[in-house]
Design a protein around this ligand. Structure first.
Ligand SMILES: *[C@@H]1O[C@H](CO)[C@@H](O)[C@H](O)[C@H]1NC(C)=O
Ligand SMILES: *[C@@H]1O[C@H](CO)[C@@H](O)[C@H](O)[C@H]1NC(C)=O
Ligand SMILES: *[C@@H]1O[C@H](CO)[C@@H](O)[C@H](O)[C@H]1NC(C)=O
Length: 364
C-alpha cells in the first residue's frame, strides 16, 4: 500500500513538472479554424485541405488543416505545453483497427471544416455539425474512453458560426428567417452545446467570437459584395452573434456551478491587425497585405481555393493576414493566440487563457 502511494506521488509530481499548467487535455469543437484533419479522414466530405500547399510552412506536408501551418488550437496546446490533439476520426480509426489501445489522454479535436452551429449548414458537403461532434464526444464519455475527471481538468475550446452566417448569404439559398431571427436560432444551438458539455463534465470553457467574416476574400463569390471594403451586412450579423455569445459566456458561472467561461474577442483582435497592419506587433514586421489571400486566384485571391487547378501563391505567407479565400495564415493564428493567451480585457475576458490554464476550480 505504501509503495503504491509513493509511486502515485511521484507520478503526479512528474505531471505537474511536465505540464507547467494544470491542463492535461484539450477538447476542441468547431469549424475550419480548428479542424486538424477530421474532414480528411471523412471520405464523405467534400470540404478538404489535404493537398499541397496546405501545411507547407510548418508541417511541410498537408495535414487537413485549412492553413499553411498550425491553428489557434495547436498554438494553445503549445503554450500550455501538451502535444497537439489528434483529429477524432484518426484516433477512432486507429482504435477500431487495433493500432491504438485507447483514445489519446491529451484530448481530442472534433472540429470539422465547413460545419456550423446549425445542423443544416453545409450538410450537402458532408461536414460534421457541432451537434454530431458533441455526440461523438458523448459516446466516448459514455463508453468510458474519456475519464470524467480528465474532462473536469481540461479546457474546452469552441469556435463556430462563420459558416452559418456565410451560408445565409448563399445566392442559391432562400433564407426564411430575418437576420436577427437567424442569429437567435444560432445562439440557441450554442446554448444547448454549453448545457450538454457541462453535463458531460466540462468546467473550463473557452468560447471564441467569430472574426470579421464579411472581410474574407471569398466574399467575392457572393453577388453584390463590395471588393474595396468588407461586406457590412455580413459583419453586422457577425457582431450580433458575437454579442449574444458573450452573454452566454457570462452566464456560465451563474447557470453552471463549478464551471467557468472565457470569451475570446477574435473580431476586435483581427480588426486591430487590419487597421494597423504595419505596427500591431512591436517585435516583428507587420503584415504587407491584410485584404488578399496569399494563395488562390481572381479578385482578392477569393475566387478559387488554394491548391486547386490554376491557383497562384505569394512569396511569403507570413506577410499575409489571409492564407486562402476563407482562412488566416499561420502567422495570424499565432498572433491571435498570443492575444488570447496573455492579452488584456479587450482581447479576452474575464481572464485570459494563461490565467484560465492555471485556475483550480472546486470539484463538482
Ligand atoms: C500558477 O499559480 C501559482 C499560484 O497562484 C503560481 O505559483 C504558479 O507559478 C502559476 N503557474 C504558472 C505556470 O503560471
Ligand atoms: C459516409 O457515408 C456512409 C454512407 O452514407 C456512412 O455509412 C458512413 O458512416 C459515413 N462516414 C462518415 C465518416 O461519416
Ligand atoms: C489503422 O488506421 C490508421 C488511421 O487510418 C492507419 O494510418 C493505419 O495504417 C491503420 N492500421 C492498420 C493496421 O490497418
Amino acid at each position: 500500500m505504501e509503495k503504491l502511494l509513493i509511486i502515485f506521488l511521484h507520478s503526479s509530481l512528474l505531471i505537474s513538472v511536465i505540464y507547467g499548467y494544470n491542463v492535461p487535455a484539450i477538447f476542441v469543437f468547431g469549424d475550419s479554424i480548428f479542424d486538424a484533419g477530421n474532414n480528411h479522414y471523412n471520405k464523405n466530405c467534400t470540404a478538404q485541405a489535404d493537398f499541397p500547399p496546405y501545411g507547407s510552412t510548418f508541417f511541410h506536408h498537408p495535414t487537413g488543416r485549412f492553413t499553411n501551418g498550425r491553428t489557434v488550437a495547436d498554438f494553445i496546446c503549445q503554450f500550455i505545453g501538451i502535444p497537439l490533439q489528434k483529429p477524432f476520426l484518426e484516433a477512432h480509426l486507429e482504435f477500431m483497427n487495433g493500432t491504438r489501445k485507447d483514445y489519446p489522454s491529451n484530448g481530442i479535436n472534433f472540429a470539422s471544416a465547413g460545419s456550423g452551429v446549425l445542423r443544416a449548414t453545409n450538410q450537402d458537403s458532408g461536414v460534421t455539425s457541432i451537434q454530431v461532434q458533441l455526440q461523438q464526444f458523448q459516446a466516448l464519455v459514455e463508453q468510458r474512453h474519456i475519464d470524467r475527471k480528465l474532462i473536469q481538468q481540461s479546457i474546452i475550446l469552441f469556435e463556430s458560426g462563420s459558416n452559418d452566417i456565410f451560408a445565409y448569404f448563399d445566392p442559391f439559398g432562400t433564407p426564411t428567417l430575418t437576420p436577427d431571427a437567424y442569429v437567435r436560432s444560432m445562439l440557441m444551438e450554442v446554448g444547448k452545446f454549453i448545457d450538454q458539455i457541462y453535463k458531460l463534465g466540462a468546467s473550463r470553457i473557452a468560447i471564441f467570437s467569430l472574426g470579421p467574416v464579411g472581410c474574407v476574400p471569398a466574399r467575392v463569390l457572393l453577388p453584390r459584395t463590395p471588393v474595396t471594403k468588407c461586406y457590412g451586412k455580413m459583419n453586422k450579423m457577425v457582431k450580433n452573434y458575437n454579442m449574444g455569445l458573450e452573454g452566454l459566456v457570462n452566464g456560465i458561472p451563474i447557470k453552471y456551478p463549478g464551471a467557468f467561461g472565457v470569451f475570446g474577442e477574435i473580431y476586435r483582435t483581427i480588426q486591430i491587425f487590419r487597421a494597423n497592419p504595419k505596427r500591431y506587433d512591436c517585435d516583428t514586421a507587420g503584415f504587407a497585405d491584410v485584404n488578399n489571400a496569399c494563395c488562390g486566384d481572381g479578385t482578392l485571391g477569393g475566387f478559387l481555393q488554394c491548391g486547386k487547378e490554376g491557383y497562384t501563391i505569394c512569396k511569403n505567407p507570413n506577410e499575409y493576414l489571409f492564407w486562402d479565400f476563407f482562412h488566416p495564415s499561420e502567422r495570424t493564428y499565432k498572433l491571435i493566440t498570443k492575444a488570447l493567451w496573455a492579452g488584456r480585457h479587450t482581447r479576452i475576458r474575464p481572464v485570459n487563457l494563461k490565467t484560465l490554464a492555471n485556475m483550480t476550480l472546486p470539484p463538482r
